[in-house]
Each structure stands twice: as C-alpha cells, then as structure tokens.
Design a protein around this ligand. Sequence first.
Ligand code: ADP
Ligand code: MG
Length: 323
Amino acid sequence: MIFNEFNIINNFFNIKKKKRIDVIVGIGDDCALTSIPKKKKIAITTDTLVSGIHFFENISPEDLAYKSLAVNLSDLAAVGADPAWVTLSLTLQKINKSWLERFSSFLLNKIENYGMQLIGGDISKGPLSVTCTVHGLISTKNFLSRNKACNNDLICVTGTLGDSAVGLSILKSKLSIENKKDRYWFIKKHLRPIPRIKEGTVLRYLASSGIDISDGLISDLKHILHSSNLGAIIQLDSLPFSDILIKNFNKKKSVFFALSGGEDYELCCTLSKFNFYFIRSIFLSLKTRFTCIGMVTKKFKGIRFFYKKNEVFLDYSGYDHFL
Ligand code: ADP
Ligand code: MG
C-alpha cells in the first residue's frame, strides 16, 4: 500500500473502537465536536516536542509517544482537570510503517488508559516533531491556579525530585552511573514520568495553588510566588530524594538536582497545615509520597533556603560542568 495522509490516519490513528460518549464527531471531519457537561469548563494545554531539541533522534517511538502525552497530562494534573480529549499534530520526515505502527498503537493505548479519546490532528512533512493538545474537564470552583497561594501556606511536592535530571545527564553522556540497574532506573524516570492526574484531582479541592515541576522546583515555584505576590522558605533537609539518588550522590549534588534539574513532572502546591495531613493520608492509599518542603510568606519576596536552622546561600555556578 502506498501511504498518503488519508491512509496514515485511517490505518494508524482512527483505529480505536471504544469512544467517549461526549465525542459527537471524532477523527475524519473538518472539526471534532464534543459536548461539555453542565457546570464544567474545558482546561486546554499543548506541548511540542521537536527532534534534537526535546528528544534524541534515536528515541524509540514508544518513548516519544509516552512523553508527548505525559507532559501534557502533567499540565492537566497541575490544574486538577479530568483528562478527556486529545489532538495530535505530527511532522514526519518520511513514512516508516513500523515506526508509525509502534508510535500510534502505544499512544492510543495510553490515551485509552486515561479514559481519553484522540479526536483529531494533522500530519505534515518535515523534521520529526510531535504536538499533543489535551483537553480536560474541570469545574471553575475547583481549578488550581498559580495565583492563590496564601501567607503561611505550606509548600508541598509529590514524589521525589531530581531523578529525571540525572537520567537526562546520563543520556547526554555527561554523567555515568556504574550500576546498570540504577542507570536504567534514572533514565526511566526521565523518559517515562508519571503524570500526577489522580493526585491533581484530590489537590483541586484542598490546595490553594499548584504547578507541575517541568523546569525545576525553583523555577516553577517562582511562578507561584510571582503570581501570588509572596515569598518562600525552602527547607533543604526536607527535600524528598529517592533512595537511588541518595545512594549515588552526596547531599549537595542531590539538592542541586532536586532544585534546578527539570522534568520531574511532580506537582508542587501550597495548602494549609490542616489540609496537608488530610491529603497525606489520602495519598498514602495511592502510594504517593507527599512532602512538605517549606512555607509561603508575605515577609519577603523570592526564595530563602535553610538547612536545619541555618540559612544557606546557594550558588550553583560551580556545578555547571556537571550537567
Ligand atoms: P483538513 O485537511 O480538513 O485539515 P486532514 O486531511 O488534515 O483535514 O485530516 C482529516 C481528518 O483526520 C481530520 O478529522 C483530522 O482531525 C484527522 N487527523 C489528521 N491527522 C491526524 C492525526 N495525526 N491523528 C488523529 N487524527 C488526525
Ligand atoms: Mg478541513
């Protein structure tokens, strides 16, 4: 079969029988048409991954499919939305049937696992790039934004921080980890981050603000602080590290990876002390670590760091060679 745009769509992307009842028109028409439940709003986010910029040229189709969906789902998680629909814009250098088969079947299965549906997209010729746009449903009352942190709120994060940055450094050959199991574990943390969708749907009722950590904790927390016009204290001895990070790096390096390494796709949020203990008990059943790492304050702007009771002035410039 000679593949043209039409065949590609029908053979690789319009193949799922299972449909959402809110999709009135899906793949195949000029526009998709969906219905929105009363009192719900649509949360929309998009991310483009470009070959050589956001992923290595030799990435597997499965890893590429996974990441392009996961980074978008993480944005939905950050606001607390329920995933609903996806559109996909693909730019391909050439038609490679087995690559397309692997990419599309993996992507479509993941989309289905999240209860979503692929409802449209675009295919064009050019350097390999993938753009997913995901749509989620949420009520206006319980939408997590960046600008509602309050004085004295606790700052909390899900999971552990820094592992993905180590994985990226390994892939860039800027870092070597001798233990093979550890090495693959770090790489997996980079290539297959798990979007915190379930956690986001809990936090939307109980947190005052939220963001997902894509650019590194400091840089993402600053967005919350800027938008909320507040400052923060971060307790470095409270940062959540994985056992494998601790096993491979000293404290200083672990702190560096946790604070400035990106792509953990964990959630960072602010909330009252009372809600912290409540959420932690809920997250226990999801087996999700939930750690308080500091506090929001109106006393100053910016972020001040403490190790135990002592203030620490961080200067990362000396580590540049390391990443
Ligand atoms: P148009 O020329 O009207 O923009 P296309 O020929 O590009 O439409 O696409 C035909 C149909 O296939 C549309 O419904 C479109 O949303 C869908 N589609 C195109 N590319 C993809 C893709 N990569 N994944 C899913 N659906 C796609
Ligand atoms: Mg059209």
